[in-house]
Design a protein around this ligand. Structure first.
Ligand SMILES: Cc1cc2nc3c(=O)[nH]c(=O)nc-3n(C[C@H](O)[C@H](O)[C@H](O)COP(=O)(O)OP(=O)(O)OC[C@H]3O[C@@H](n4cnc5c(N)ncnc54)[C@H](O)[C@@H]3O)c2cc1C
Length: 354
């Protein structure tokens, strides 16, 4: 089976790795730097915790697959420090964890089980002990080694189904495949539209900012997701590297909308996140030392969507890093047997097959 994977972000590379394991003749097209767009940076949050039990179960499967990858890579790809979800919604997340049979605990601020950069915060806290820091830098090295010479550095202009197979056109180069998988991140909706799959092209600017951790902070710090409350920013936070604390936030959509431009969105996000750190995180110095920028779809949230038209399959979603090895397996199987994987979590309503 000849398969083209379009996009060498974490999803495309994971699918390429899984297809190679199944002895497919796979080629992965990448227009820029592999894992240089939405998969950029060194770290992300892993968590079993989701508000949907099916997503908790999928995350548990992904965690096992990360363990298998870690063995193959010879290094830990997830640092299991735990992830905490706090705020009024923590109870709902806990219910989903319970329904999926995932280990968890609900505590109040001040619990000795918490290792966060702030001793007080709004609402109860759900502790997800299987959560932790995803080592993106290590995953990039691992997946690039596995993909090897199966990477084609080319921008795909169009995908077209013909009676002879699926044609992939990149500049003047045209190749034909038995099946094509589009996982091009922000480029997915344009390519998918060409084969009649209608995916929302909604985009927003998003910034994560890192700050120095002050001496005396608890160790090792847990990853932390805080719900928005009483004018306080909803955030996600984790160790970006030793002594460096990364904070991203749900900034007002009016400030990070696509039309306002990247520069203005980055400036507004950095100001808002820095002010949040100064006010709420006593163990973090409100002095930005690094940023990670990406585009994202503001309406998708946690969820996995899959669409097929003939021999072309595409996947779309947000927060996909934690599902990378599982997505690789699911997509490889679907490429080879012609099926369409089932959607999971919310957001599916906005993505429709044309
Ligand atoms: C700041 C930030 C924080 C995040 N936090 C988390 C987190 O804590 N936990 C989590 O699980 N996830 C998190 N995510 C989300 C996660 O990183 C992304 O969902 C995931 O990396 C997306 O991978 P992808 O392969 O779908 O997309 P991408 O990495 O964007 O890959 C798509 C690739 O396709 C290529 N491409 C596009 N168009 C074409 C074309 N026409 N021809 C050839 N190539 C093309 C692009 O160059 C790109 O390399 C975060 C993301 C960011 C940026």
């Amino acid at each position: 089976m000849r398969v083209a994977v379009i996009g060498a972000g974490v999803v495309g590379l994971s699918a390429t790795a899984a297809l190679l394991q199944r002895s497919a003749d796979v080629w992965c097209y990448e227009a820029g730097e592999p894992m240089g767009e939405r998969s950029t940076g060194h770290t992300r949050i892993f968590r079993l915790a989701h508000v949907y039990p099916d997503m908790v179960e999928l995350a548990a499967r992904s965690r096992s697959l990360f363990a298998a990858w870690s063995q193959r890579a010879g290094t830990a790809l997830v640092d299991e420090v735990g992830t905490v979800v706090s705020g009024a919604g923590a109870g709902e997340w806990a219910q989903a964890m319970a329904a999926a049979g995932a280990a968890h605990e609900v505590v109040e601020a001040g619990s000795p089980l918490l290792r966060l950069p702030a001793p007080t915060f709004a609402g109860p806290a759900l502790i997800d002990p299987a959560g932790g820091v995803i080592r993106v830098d290590r995953i990039r090295a691992f997946l690039l080694a596995v993909a090897g010479d199966r990477l084609r550095h080319a921008h795909v202009d169009a995908v077209q189904e013909t009676s002879a197979g699926v044609r992939v056109r990149a500049g003047t180069d045209v190749d034909t495949f038995d099946t094509v998988l589009i996982c091009a991140g922000a480029g997915t909706s344009a390519l998918a539209a060409g084969v009649g799959i209608d995916i929302s092209p909604a985009l927003e600017h998003h910034l994560r900012v890192s700050f120095p951790v002050r001496p005396g902070a608890p160790e090792p710090l847990q990853c932390w997701i805080t719900g928005a409350a009483d004018g306080v920013l909803g955030t996600y936070q984790h160790l970006a590297a030793h002594g460096s604390w990364a904070v991203g936030g749900d900034v007002d959509p009016a400030l990070v909308g696509w039309g306002g431009g990247r520069e203005a969105a980055e400036r507004a996000s950095a100001e808002i996140i820095t002010a949040y750190v100064a006010e709420h995180l006593p163990f973090v110095e409100p002095r930005p030392i690094a940023t990670v920028y990406c585009t994202h779809d503001p309406d998708l949230g946690d969820g996995l969507q899959f669409r097929r038209r003939g021999r072309v399959l595409t996947t779309y979603g947000e927060n996909l890093m934690k599902f990378a090895p599982l997505l690789g397996e699911i997509l490889a199987e679907a490429c080879l047997d012609g099926s369409t994987p089932a959607d999971a979590g919310p957001g599916a309503a906005r993505v429709t097959a044309g």
